[in-house]
Design a protein around this ligand. Structure first.
Ligand SMILES: Nc1ncnc2c1ncn2[C@@H]1O[C@H](COP(=O)(O)OP(=O)(O)OP(=O)(O)O)[C@@H](O)[C@H]1O
Length: 618
């Protein structure tokens, strides 16, 4: 348990149009990264508008005394972007939050001082606020922590006229749902019946924040065209445990509260009447209660007893009880205007922030041993089962791959080239049917991306087949065509392409993957086994001096080729006994090639989904 001060950052917004028009002197001079002067004497002030401050009076301008106060905070930000503000404030809270410590960041200041701009940004102008920037960082950290299971749960409420409204629940009859605040011994302040959303990404957070903010009460006043009439509290709960944790597991649960307070306002400035005036009174009352709590917390304990802190005076202070006096890291962003037009408001804010500097909070890690509900248990078991299944699948694939690699003879260079060529043909399988005959190429009307593809893939490109397929390459067909015929027999996508030729029919199961053609493959395997059996018999006969006649595996191939719709005739090779040895060798080689091509065609089919978009220029 460690005590730490509240982090205070002061943000000075640029002068507004009205402030520039009224030509009030600047009353803020930022002298360093952590120091500013309030209402400095001109001699000590070298700001942009270095003019002698006067009390504005129509009759005679009277010289007045300068307050000449200096304030020191953790950071003083001027001309800063929201990203700078985030880095100086909320980002510092994220390390403790991911360490299981609660944290609160709140924007404080008078109406129109820039609190909402700081916390919410301006989505219409693509400016993100501290809330969204924080959520981005939360999800970045979540993604990096691969060894942890992290759950991000958010809620969004507003305190309007001392009522708590759920901003994420759909309004009932146009009215926001009103919730109760309760104190729980273990969990601290709890809002009963609050809607919570589990988020998976920063984009989810963006839409949730936008949804909640749209439900927030905002109206125009004379001081601010879009004045927030309520305090908005966006709460992020982060639950972390080891990715391998057991069912009852110690869990780090921390809460990060991001708060956009409503601004204190003076009725003379806002010119509020009726409902707006009532709202203003409620806002001021709750901010006064907050000021009283801060005062009490700053006083050191007297006679060993801690000062009484009047948290119960408003909903806001009850909600912030943990953030100010409990186990929490707290950061306050004090928003001020640099113009003398807001002299009193700015001085009040600086005094407030200066007092809050004294508050010391103690931070402890929230480690809970979670006893999951039955439903939660089931969910965890299901998750783990899915994970086990996924891992088993990966292991099986890797084993298969390993066995295949061990069993396969080294692939000759020529075979590889054929394979690459076929990969490209396969990538464009939809157009491969046009490449078989020249008249088809000419007759077929160009569809979609066809011409570009034809340019990219010269289907009649010479292919070195060498010793790989001497028996199947006829004089009239190119080696690539021969290979295509062979691979096509085992590959569904090519079957589709070939079956699309006149007079042929595409198999129903034809698809891009290999699975649809499983039956066909099985049939081929069976045929291959039969063939091997016959070969064995023939060999035996040859050894016995008889004449062996072998039909090469080309017969099986021929059948497949015919089935796939090729107009070419299957080739069968007859061997006589004086070429017995050659025949056996050639056949063995052919069988091996058959298997090899099967494998390659599998690989090609596997490559296809990735390769196609690239080649189509998508
Ligand atoms: N840092 C800044 N840079 C540019 N414009 C700003 C900045 N801060 C505030 N503004 C502008 O000042 C105006 C008032 O800001 P904002 O609504 O954030 O004030 P607020 O403190 O939230 O007021 P309220 O308490 O009434 O809601 C807005 O038009 C906003 O665009």
């Amino acid at each position: 348990m460690s005590a730490s001060n509240v982090v205070i950052a002061v943000r000075i917004r640029p002068e507004s149009k009205i402030e520039r028009e009224k030509k009030h002197p600047r009353i803020i001079s930022r002298v360093s990264e952590d120091m500013l002067f309030f209402d400095p004497e001109p001699s000590s002030y070298h700001g942009a508008n270095n003019v002698v401050a006067m009390v504005q009076s129509k009759r005679c301008p009277v010289r007045r005394r300068y307050k000449n106060l200096s304030f020191q905070f953790d950071s003083v930000l001027e001309n800063a972007t929201n990203e700078h503000v985030f880095k100086a404030t909320a980002e510092k809270m994220l390390d403790p939050v991911f360490d299981g410590i609660n944290a609160t960041v709140f924007a404080y200041g008078a109406t129109g001082a820039g609190k909402t701009f700081t916390m919410m940004g301006e989505p219409n102008h693509n400016i993100q606020g501290v809330m969204m920037l924080t959520m981005r960082d939360v999800f970045r950290r979540k993604q990096e922590a691969t060894d942890k299971r992290i759950k991000v749960v958010v809620s969004y409420i507003e305190i309007y006229n001392e009522q708590i409204h759920d901003l994420l629940a759909p309004p009932v009859k146009g009215k926001a749902r009103v919730l109760d605040l309760r104190e729980d011994r273990t969990r601290g302040m709890v809002i009963a019946g609050l809607s919570e959303e589990v988020l998976d990404s920063a984009d989810d957070a963006l839409s949730i924040i936008a949804r909640g903010t749209a439900n927030r009460t905002q109206f125009a006043t004379a001081a601010n065209m879009q004045s927030s009439r309520s305090h908005a509290v966006f709460q992020v709960r982060i639950e972390q445990c080891d990715s391998t944790a057991a069912i009852t597991e110690p869990m780090l649960v921390s809460k990060l509260s991001l708060i956009d307070l409503a601004g204190s306002e003076r009725a003379c400035r806002t010119q509020n009447k009726g409902t707006r005036l009532v709202e203003g009174a409620a806002i001021n009352k709750s901010l006064l209660a907050l000021g009283n709590c801060i005062n009490a917390l700053c006083h050191p304990p007297a006679n060993g007893r801690r000062q009484f802190v009047p948290y119960r005076n408003s909903k806001l202070t009850r909600l912030l009880k943990d953030s100010l006096g409990g186990s929490c890291r707290t950061c306050m962003i004090a928003n001020i205007s640099p113009s003398g037009y807001n002299y009193e408001d700015t001085l009040n804010t600086l005094n407030y922030a200066n007092r809050a500097k004294e508050i010391k909070t103690t931070a402890t890690r929230n480690i809970v041993t979670v006893k999951h509900s039955a439903v939660e248990h089931q969910r965890i078991i299901k998750d783990l089962q899915l994970e086990v299944m996924r891992l088993k699948g990966t292991i099986a694939e890797l084993r298969e791959e390993n066995a295949r690699l061990r069993a396969a003879p080294p692939v000759p260079l020529e075979t590889k080239r054929v394979c690459m060529d076929e990969t490209e043909v396969e990538e464009d399988a939809d157009v491969s049917m046009f490449s078989h005959t020249s008249e088809l190429k000419e007759d077929t009307p160009a569809r979609g991306p066809m011409p570009a593809m034809r340019r990219q893939v010269p289907h009649t490109r010479p292919v070195t087949v060498g010793a790989v397929l001497p028996s199947v390459v006829s004089k009239t067909e190119t080696p690539a065509m021969a290979v295509r015929a062979r691979v096509g027999a085992a590959r569904p996508s090519t079957s589709v392409a070939m079956a699309s030729q006149p007079g042929t029919e595409a198999p129903k199961s034809a698809g891009r993957g290999h699975r649809g053609n499983q039956t066909e493959l099985d049939a081929r395997k069976k045929k291959l086994a039969e063939y091997l059996e016959r070969k064995k018999q023939a060999k035996k006969q040859a050894q016995n001096g008889g004449q062996g006649t072998l039909r090469s595996s080309r017969t099986a191939l021929g059948e497949n080729t015919r089935r796939a719709g090729s107009t070419r005739s299957a080739k069968s090779v007859r061997f006589t006994d004086n070429s017995k040895e050659n025949a056996v060798n050639g056949t063995t080689r052919a069988v091996k090639l058959d298997l090899k091509l099967d494998e390659l065609s599998k690989n090609v089919a596997g490559l296809r989904p990735r390769a196609l978009p690239r080649r189509m220029g998508l």
